[in-house]
Every structure is written in structure tokens, then in C-alpha cells.
Design a protein around this ligand. Structure first.
Ligand code: ZN
Length: 341
């Protein structure tokens, strides 16, 4: 079981340190790295590789050159980050193509339940997503705007109202026309078992998302079954942002990890018990596979079966509401059992 509060507090401390290091000091650490490289090169030179050169240049000029290199590198990094943020702001406010909106309204009934402000925000997020990510069709699937936008809009539902890095590790989404067969390696003691499994989608820790287009459409059109392969795979991407696929994405504060660990531990154990005893559950029993799959499964249920989840698992619902910064119950209007097309 991986939801130990102690473990998450420890990991969260490491995460805070690491992210502070990255966010505040990334440019300086890169500069420091290059500075150390320069000093190391100079030292090696002094040891005989370029003795004459060292004597002529001297220590002080070498330090000055290194310092200048640090400042230049820092300036480049800051400038690139500002340019990226400005580009994203512009895309968030850019007009949304009419044909893209038609695809979303037709293919994603959940979009039609969103309040107007969230619809507008989602369109901006889709603009950024489609500009930054590459889509590739597999098995001769011709990539179209409909495929791109339908996937992007569902993925970006997970980003609404949140300070987001737009799935920063993700560069490419591969799309198969139908469910596909992938090689699978499993272990039984010292035995390595090679096999094949049929897949709807998958998310790689430091790489792409792979999706089957027919499953994408099936998941999008039924908004009450708690199954959505795009939300499932992209919740894995959120989970993996801190480097570990363990069902604990990056949360807002240290205290959040304590309640997250407590609530999700209990709910995960309960689902595992129900699965072992073949009892019914509001959640897909695939979530009992491990904490990472549990987070993906409850994300699907949160967006597609919010009332049921809130009624049967109120604490879990509140944790996800706090994380995702939306309340899907507000979107579900009375009598809206059938998707609006
Ligand atoms: Zn999964």
C-alpha cells in the first residue's frame, strides 16, 4: 500500500525542495553547472593540458568569463520562459475556430453541461494544448482536427481552474484507429513472461500518451458510465509529473498530503476488499490494481458520476474537488441523463 502519510510528507518535502530548486533556481543551477564545467576545464588545463593558455588567461578572467556565462544563460532561460507564458496567454485569449467548437459540441456531451466561463476557459486551454503537443496517427490513421480537438478538450477538462504546466512531460499523442495490441512483460518470481494485451490507451512515464480513437469516442459520448480513456490516461500524466506514478499528484500544500493519504488509503483498501470479495462498487474495480490506477479510475468517476461518488464517497469526492478545482455536480442538470448532441 503506497498511501502512507509519512511517506508522502517525506516525499512532499523532497518535492518542495526540488521544485523550489527547479522553479526559483533552475537558471542559476544551470549557470552553476556551466561555471563548474569551466573551472574544471581550467583546472585540467592547468594540470598540463594547456599550461601556457592558463598562465596567459589567469584565474580572475576565467571567473569573470564564468560569471558572464551564468548571467547570459540565466537571461536566456528567463526570456524563454516569459516568451512561452506570453504565447500561452495569447492563445488562451485567441478566437476559437468555429469548426473546432462544432467537433467538441458534437463529440463531448460533457462540454455542453459546462457553465459559459468554463467553456471559454476550456477553449483557451485547447488552443494552447493543440499548439504545443504533436498528434501522430498510427496504422494509417489520418490525423484530423476532429481527432486533435476531441482528445485535447477531454484532457484539458483536468486543467480547468488550475495553475497548469500543460502536462509538461508530454510531447506526443499517438492515436490508433481501434483498440490495439501491445507487447507486455510480467514477472512471476524469477520467470519473465512475455505476452500481448489489448489496450484502449496508455500513458508513459516520461513519454507519450497512446490512445485508440474508437475508445476515445466511446468514452466521450457516454458521460454517465464513469469511463473515459482520455481522462484516465491524462490523469496518469498528472500523477507522473513528480516522477512517480503512485496515485499522489503534486498537491497545493504539505497539509494536503496528509488528508489525501488518509482518505485515499481508506478508499483504496475498501475497493481492494470489495474486489476480492466480488462485491459491487460505484467505482471501476480496475482501480484496485494499484494506487496509480486507483487515481485514474476515481478521476473518471469524479467527472462522469459525480453525484454517485459524492453520495457514496463524500470525503473522496471532496479531495478530488479540492485537487481539480471544479465541482462536476454543479454541471449535472436535472433530467440531463441523455447527452446533448
Ligand atoms: Zn491506467
Amino acid at each position: 500500500m503506497n498511501y502512507s502519510p509519512k511517506q508522502h510528507l517525506l516525499r512532499q518535502n523532497v518535492i518542495v525542495l526540488w521544485f523550489n530548486f527547479q522553479e526559483v533556481g533552475r537558471c542559476w543551477t544551470r549557470g552553476l553547472f556551466w561555471c563548474m564545467m569551466c573551472v574544471g576545464f581550467a583546472y585540467a588545463s592547468k594540470q598540463g593540458l594547456a599550461d601556457t593558455f592558463w598562465k596567459e588567461i589567469g584565474v580572475i578572467p576565467a571567473i569573470i568569463v564564468s560569471a558572464v556565462a551564468v548571467v547570459v544563460l540565466a537571461a536566456i532561460v528567463v526570456a524563454r520562459r516569459r516568451a512561452r507564458d506570453a504565447r500561452r496567454d495569447k492563445l488562451m485569449r485567441a478566437p476559437f475556430p468555429d469548426d473546432w467548437k462544432v467537433h467538441i459540441e458534437k463529440n463531448i456531451p460533457l462540454y455542453n453541461h459546462l457553465p459559459d466561463d468554463l467553456k471559454e476557459q476550456l477553449c483557451g486551454l485547447v488552443n494552447v494544448f493543440c499548439a504545443e503537443k504533436t498528434f501522430k496517427g498510427c496504422q494509417d490513421l489520418e490525423m484530423t482536427d476532429e481527432i486533435r480537438v476531441t482528445i485535447a478538450a477531454q484532457a484539458c477538462m483536468l486543467l480547468l481552474n488550475r495553475k497548469t504546466k500543460f502536462f509538461k512531460k508530454l510531447k506526443t499523442i499517438y492515436v490508433y484507429p481501434h483498440t490495439y495490441v501491445a507487447k507486455q512483460t510480467s514477472y512471476d518470481g524469477v520467470m519473465v513472461i512475455e505476452g500481448r494485451s489489448v489496450r484502449l490507451g496508455e500513458s508513459w512515464q516520461n513519454g507519450p500518451v497512446v490512445l485508440a480513437w474508437d475508445s476515445v469516442m466511446g468514452g466521450a459520448r457516454n458521460i454517465h458510465d464513469g469511463r473515459n480513456v482520455v481522462m484516465h490516461e491524462f490523469s496518469h500524466q498528472l500523477d507522473q509529473e513528480d516522477g512517480a506514478a503512485d496515485g499522489a499528484p503534486i498537491l497545493d500544500s504539505r497539509s494536503s498530503y496528509i488528508t489525501w493519504a488518509g482518505v485515499l488509503s481508506a478508499e483504496y483498501e475498501a475497493l481492494c476488499t470489495k474486489t476480492r470479495e466480488h462485491r459491487r462498487s460505484a467505482m471501476n474495480k480496475y482501480g484496485a490494481t494499484n494506487p496509480a490506477e486507483f487515481f485514474a479510475v476515481i478521476t473518471e468517476a469524479f467527472f462522469e458520476k459525480p453525484k454517485q461518488m459524492q453520495r457514496k464517497h463524500p470525503e473522496l469526492y471532496d479531495e478530488l474537488k479540492s485537487y481539480y478545482k471544479v465541482d462536476p455536480i454543479e454541471w449535472v442538470q436535472p433530467g440531463s441523463r441523455r447527452p446533448k448532441l
